[in-house]
Design a protein around this ligand. Sequence first.
Ligand code: CAA
Ligand code: NDP
Length: 285
Amino acid sequence: MTDIERVGVVGCGQMGAGIAEVCARSGLDVMVAETTGEALEIGRTRLTNSLGKAAERGKITEEQRDATLDRLSFTTDLGEFSDRDLVIEAVVENEQIKTEIFQVLDQVVTRPDAILASNTSSIPLVKLAVATSRPDQVIGIHFFNPAPVQALVELIPALTTGDETIKRSEALVGDILGKHAIRAQDRAGFVVNALLIPYLLSAIRMFESGIASREDIDNGMELGCAHPMGPLKLSDLIGLDTIVAIAESMYEEYKEPLYAAPPLLLRMVDAGRMGRKTGSGFYSY
Ligand SMILES: CC(=O)CC(=O)SCCNC(=O)CCNC(=O)[C@H](O)C(C)(C)COP(=O)(O)OP(=O)(O)OC[C@H]1O[C@@H](n2cnc3c(N)ncnc32)[C@H](O)[C@@H]1OP(=O)(O)O
Ligand SMILES: NC(=O)C1=CN([C@@H]2O[C@H](COP(=O)(O)OP(=O)(O)OC[C@H]3O[C@@H](n4cnc5c(N)ncnc54)[C@H](OP(=O)(O)O)[C@@H]3O)[C@@H](O)[C@H]2O)C=CC1
């Protein structure tokens, strides 16, 4: 079991909202932070709608939905995270922005044994750990999209992470959140993205070179390999800006051409077509 009761989640985009939902549905007291009141309202609506849908589909009762909402609080002031036992950062995949947030968390989270975790998809955890005065208490806790549905969480200890932090994180993920944890070394992409991202980039290159239509590429993998979503639909779900950021971290680490973002993907992000979250990507939503 775990001693973690109060959780902070930084960022309430698709992953932050999902992680907050998973934690609150598991009985934890969850405070969510966003940079502006407007972003906070969008995040709150996202979470409320998701819990409403879960109740409509009979996954939770209306009482459980209301109790879960009662365990959620919202703030634009990271200073309110001072009593958190665990903070999970889930902001945009940008090393500088994440580093600054870890520096602030290090100042404001006062509990001496608090864990500072990142949901990063690819950024080496040690870079975030050394930005704090407690590098032994920083770890990657990487959820999968959509967080309330996917059973997996990757745990990524940095070279500096202490055994106690790993043990407490593992207990939280398995015993409280009911997810299956796998352990990965602190290398860009960890386990799943190191395998998934080159596959998605290959599908984008295939589409770009005109070998097949987007529908045929997606149907190929859905009907031929029983994937729940083809690679172009999945790219739109993840977010094309996030895929570029992950590819860049992996390319920087390994200089492997398979990890380089194809020009079409870069131009789509330049055009603001980030996938589902902006209403258009490889498909329109
Ligand atoms: C980039 C990274 O760092 C790491 C990553 O996350 S990589 C991406 C990993 N994710 C994937 O590969 C997703 C692959 N796709 C899927 O698993 C599925 O297509 C999907 C779950 C997204 C949707 O499934 P679907 O069958 O097409 O649609 P749908 O029937 O609407 O949903 C299936 C279930 O998921 C639930 N669901 C779907 N989206 C949800 C969301 N955002 N939040 C909560 N629940 C959701 C639905 O409520 C439904 O639940 P029930 O069956 O219990 O009623
Ligand atoms: N998408 C996916 O499938 C997965 C993503 N991840 C990782 O989760 C993290 C979040 O991704 P995701 O939720 O998809 O992204 P979203 O684009 O949905 O959300 C990004 C969040 O970051 C916030 N943000 C943006 N800029 C800043 C800033 N300068 N300072 C503080 N907050 C900022 C956004 O707030 P605002 O709205 O105000 O800009 C928003 O809350 C990333 O590290 C990503 O790699 C991990 C697993 C899966």
